[in-house]
Design a protein around this ligand. Structure first.
Ligand SMILES: Cc1cc2nc3c(=O)[nH]c(=O)nc-3n(C[C@H](O)[C@H](O)[C@H](O)COP(=O)(O)OP(=O)(O)OC[C@H]3O[C@@H](n4cnc5c(N)ncnc54)[C@H](O)[C@@H]3O)c2cc1C
Length: 402
């Protein structure tokens, strides 16, 4: 991508590079690279979070007055790109990208003062209670109830696929507070402390053997009315605001491009069986080039979204495009990696973590050790945050006007 950065932007890029060279430890780069899961575990993710928080760089997408960086869209882009190129772990989005911006936009001054500093410092770890059995794509049909008695809500029901609920001390949840009105109008956005008798978390293991998601059961779980964001019944608009942030508004193209560049290096070392290295195989090069072009085109879309956000507008339905393209390119990268590795990739170690002193020795190479896990886990990316079909419906309606 040909970006004509200004002198200030180039100086900022140097600042970010210097910071990464000095402050991103090798064990965090190794941990990120050797994580087959969808999400980075808190042991490495939160260590990186705290390093960035100390520098004041952990929440570039928040308003400056709430703890954001005040960077321009181009600076945010540069930061995302440089951290991806350096191989930094992804940060947990649940607090920083999901509930944090919701509290910034809809929270009272008291809620902001209570929750935002603890997200920034990493003292609170959040999980997202949206999906329920039977209410995923059709989220508005959710059934978990909350009833207000005095100044306390009592919550009953269950949530499913709740990422990192087993690590979290808070959950933000969509609950039904009125069953007599249109289904969207009866939904409320509540924050609940996880450490209470009325909440039970049970693990769900993915087909790669990873434990990242859970079922969460609420049996007379309690939360104070002070932990309600917005008015009763306003939860649906807040939910949509949050989903737009979940689907876009950050640059994940740089990570995809970095993934493709690693494949290019790997292709130089893998024999094609006929004509030297696979890197010389024209059909393989075609697929790689196609993925790279798509990732570069995605980068432009992400920049356009950042520009919209900088004008104070919401990211809008183009985030559905980003989610759709980004997850499909990511899956193609994971598929190409498997194909490149051939039989070397036919291994699925179940020990975790695959980094650090206790990690099992890789069979063949380190990249082969995690390739199958990455491939299996990335099947989820076209489901979570709204499946491909749901994104296509949104694009059809709001972008194409069908
Ligand atoms: C790894 C992972 C992590 C997740 N983390 C969280 C989390 O932290 N918190 C949370 O709340 N949820 C989480 N989810 C849940 C996720 O948001 C849902 O799985 C997703 O919204 C799809 O819902 P569903 O699983 O109920 O599938 P369904 O909605 O039952 O969909 C089944 C199939 O039908 C298709 N379909 C559904 N409706 C339509 C339609 N109108 N038109 C065309 N096709 C349609 C879908 O595309 C899909 O192929 C996670 C999921 C995964 C896989």
């Amino acid at each position: 991508m040909d970006m004509n950065f200004s002198k200030e932007d180039l100086a900022f890029r140097e600042e970010v590079r210097d910071f990464l060279a000095e402050n991103l430890p090798q064990h965090l780069r190794d941990g990120a690279r050797r994580t087959p899961g969808v999400f980075v575990e808190p042991d490495i993710g939160m260590e990186w979070h705290r390093i960035l928080a100390k520098k004041g760089w952990v929440a570039p997408h928040w308003p400056k007055e709430d703890g954001g960086t005040g960077w321009t869209p181009v600076q945010k882009f540069i930061f995302d790109k440089e951290t991806a190129l350096a191989g930094a772990p992804s940060l947990a989005i649940l607090g920083l990208r999901l509930v944090g911006p919701v509290i910034c936009a809809f929270g009272t001054p008291e809620q902001k003062a209570r929750f935002l500093p603890r997200i920034l410092s990493g003292d609170d770890y959040w999980c997202q209670g949206y999906s329920e059995p039977g209410s995923g794509s059709d989220l508005a049909s959710l059934k978990t109830t909350a009833t207000l008695d005095g100044d306390e809500y009592t919550v009953n029901g269950s949530k499913i696929w709740t990422t990192h609920a087993h690590h979290a001390n808070w959950i933000f949840a969509l609950v039904r507070t009125d069953a007599t009105v249109k289904k969207q109008a009866g939904i409320t956005f509540l924050l609940l402390p996880m450490d209470q008798e009325g909440i039970e978390v049970t693990p769900i293991h993915s087909m790669s053997g990873d434990h990242e998601v859970n079922a969460v059961f609420f049996s007379d779980a309690k939360t104070s009315v002070e932990n309600r964001i917005g008015e009763e019944g306003a939860g649906w608009s807040i939910a949509k605001f949050l989903l737009e942030n979940e689907r876009g508004g950050s640059c994940f193209a740089p990570r995809l491009i970095q993934g493709i560049e690693r494949l290019e290096e790997l292709a130089q070392t893998q024999p094609s069986g006929v004509n030297g290295a696979i890197a010389h195989d024209s059909r393989f090069r075609d697929r790689l080039a196609r993925a790279k072009l798509q990732a570069e085109a995605l980068e432009f879309t992400e920049l356009r979204i950042l520009a919209e956000l900088a004008k104070g507008r919401s990211p809008g339905p183009q985030t559905s495009l980003v989610k759709l393209l980004g997850s499909n390119i990511g899956q193609e990268i994971d598929t190409l990696r498997l194909e490149l590795l051939g039989t070397d990739a036919l291994q699925l170690p179940l020990e975790r973590p695959l980094y650090g002193n206790e990690a099992p020795e890789p069979i063949g190479s380190e990249i082969a050790q995690t390739a199958m896990g990455k491939y299996l886990n990335s099947r989820a990316s076209t489901i979570y945050g709204g499946s491909d079909e749901v994104q296509k419906n949104i694009i059809a309606k709001t972008v194409l006007g069908l």
